[in-house]
Design a protein around this ligand. Sequence first.
Ligand code: ADP
Ligand code: ASP
Ligand code: MG
Length: 840
Amino acid sequence: MSIVVQKYGGSSVADVARIRLVADRVMRTRQAGHDVVVVVSAMGDTTDELLQLAKQVSPNPDRRELDMLLTAGERIAMALLSMAIRELGGDAISFTGSQSGIITNDRHVDARIIEVRPVRVQDELAKGRIVVIAGYQGVSYRREVTTLGRGGSDTTAVAMAAALGAEYCEICSDVDGVYTADPRVVPDARRIGTLSYEETQELAESGAKVLNAQAVEFAKEKGIAIFARATASPLPGADPSADGTVVRRHPPRQPGTVVGVASERDVLVVQAFLPSTERKGRLSTEREGFSRAINSPEGLALLALLDEHRVAGKQLHVAADRLTLVVSRENLHAEASVRNALADRFGSAVRVDDALGALSVVGAGINASFENLRRGSNALMASGVSIAGIATSSFRITWMIDRARLDESVRLLHRTFIGVSPEPCPYMTTVLDRFLRYVAYDTQSDPQSTTYPSTSKQLVLLRDLAAEFESLGLTDVRVDEFGYVMATVPATTTKRDVPTIGFIAHVDTSPEMPGAGVKPIVHRGYDGRDLVLPDDLTAVLRLADNPPLAEQIGNDIVTASGTTLLGADNKAGVAEIMTAAAYLMAHPELAHGPVRLAFTPDEEVGHGTDHFDVARFGAVCAYTMDGGHRGEIQDESFSADAMTVTFNGFNTHPGYARGRMVNAIKIAAAFIDSLPHDALSPETTGDHDGFVHPYVVQAAVDRTSVRLLVRDFETAGLKDKEALLERLAREAAAAYPGSRVEFAVEESYRNMKEVLDRHPAIAQHAREAIRRAGLEPRTHPIRGGTDGCRLSFMGLPTPNLFAGEHNFHSRLEWVSVQDMEKAVEVIVHLSQIWAERTGS
Ligand code: ADP
Ligand code: ASP
Ligand code: MG
């Protein structure tokens, strides 16, 4: 059997739900007939958190003790993953780095692997077991535990693959391969199908985090193919470059081709000013200067001091009067002590600059001519970015620039050298891209569950949405203990007292239809013809049955494939809010107050607001983006009660019951039959009419209870209906002497209009925003309740706006891309309107 090594990064094992997904992927690999070795990183941000802890105890923590601490992170993940695999019926065993035979030198915190002796791993594989290994760690010849430097789990995986003669090594992460730039920074970046070892190594060394540079070095040495893939992607098929990146020996490209742009912000620039060599002639001055710089005792002493503190070098420049070093901060955990040592030894002759970042373009033969260097430098200068230094090699050009301008400069050089992608990156661009990404998550809620949220799979999307907010630069991003995600788009207005407003959507989908394995289909340019959904040919979306489709001719309609829900309810709203957030963050010139955003679980099972912290949300009002028709605003809902009518009878043996038995079932039946037949029921009312609706009967002779929904747009109307029910129930019982009837009424929710009428600006501003988006506002009462009803009575007035959702809870659910775009516009306008109309 061939051996496959898979590495799962921190984001892929960030919580229990994800660990289960990884276990499932490992099992599938095993079932495909491979021997499997799995390397795991520490869960989520564990390594960063452990480092933070260490810093709290000691600003310059001891390197050996750091390693003892940091290796704990991977140890937790390996054990949990092994348990999860066993839970699925797999036979797994976990090993630390030392148990799996990873032997390193004794350079704590960034040790190098010298040898791998995978004897125990091989023994376990021979027994048919799946071996789970803690990444990022090893043991030195002195039997000290070591770590391999940040991102070192990749190195463990590749070194293990080489030692075991694996067929390939998969590096699984949250991104489906190596892109032409970090897709979080460059929305236009595209995935690169195949890369050479050298190109990948240079990209990694220039800051592309997706693969670790040392890992690539190992792979190159042993000729191991690396497949960089998303954990959520299928197992590699016949052509793994079709849905991931393959790193292997690769024929040279056209020299000078730029394959990618990368940046590194975590660098320090150390400059040593050498004694001046003025007075002499210019040419000789420079030559003398160089030689002086290199030969000067100060220069060499500086290098020695950095080595002593194990500061990893990146680049060195020598000029007539100074020596410049760029050093990486990634594995530098005692920066303060290095700075002190420099100051003690060199005083003001050595300066540490902490405001620069490195911006690189990579490609084989990139400097065959100076053309690339000129193009890049010109583009940077034209946009007013000043260049503090340049370094080149045959694979790379690096510009040192102001760190604050790094991201925009990455985008600039990506445009200059790589251009706009013909197909946008699936990672984060438009509202459609986001929507398609979110519906891939199964987030069904469960009415039977006793946990909160009702299903842990909702947390996977909730946490990823929080990470996306963070990557967009929003502030106060938090996922609370119940899973609610909140974040802020900070105010841009110069006015004072502009109130904070909010937008809310829920991530869960209805338990009524399957929510896993959603295959969204984008029907471009809808022309009114039937849309037949391919996985169930009886699922047909017809214009005749769906009048709102008439307005969508020429638009792009998204449906599922016929066997699942699409999940537009409410992932359309989630995508709209996220896209509006990205837009507002990218356009600080648009004036608005603070905009709070929240994503919530469990709306479909009636618990969406149970733990919503209105005070922490801190907005004067909010809008749920969870409605249907384009242009719609819903500021009026039912007022709702639930009523239980219980009839008590008397039960006895039916053979001896004459004159004694009182059958509560019959009383209940008479009561239900006495309800109006042609009015007051869901099936006979519409618009502004309310109803009473028996929906559960629990029947026994002794005691039968009927549960009824009571609905009316006027809360006072509820009382009338309840009085009617009470009268009919008493009349039914009166016909059965000896019976007794009880009533219980529970408040469900109230018409939000009672609250919203007190704050007319909330709906007025929404109408204005809808108009500015070029739509006619339509107001429709909701014949139901929304989370906004409850929120309105919890102190956060919250009407509902259209998100473009149709055919809720049905396999024929659909949404139009153009409606979602309009909803994004509405959010952006609404944020600005509040700043225009309020504050001073
Ligand atoms: P893991 O936790 O799985 O090891 P990392 O966070 O180390 O994952 O690496 C994945 C991240 O690398 C992505 O989320 C992405 O933002 C970032 N990244 C930076 N540059 C690139 C690039 N050129 N291609 C793909 N991803 C990149
Ligand atoms: N957990 C380590 C880190 O965060 C190693 C890794 O994830 O590769 O750097
Ligand atoms: Mg990594």
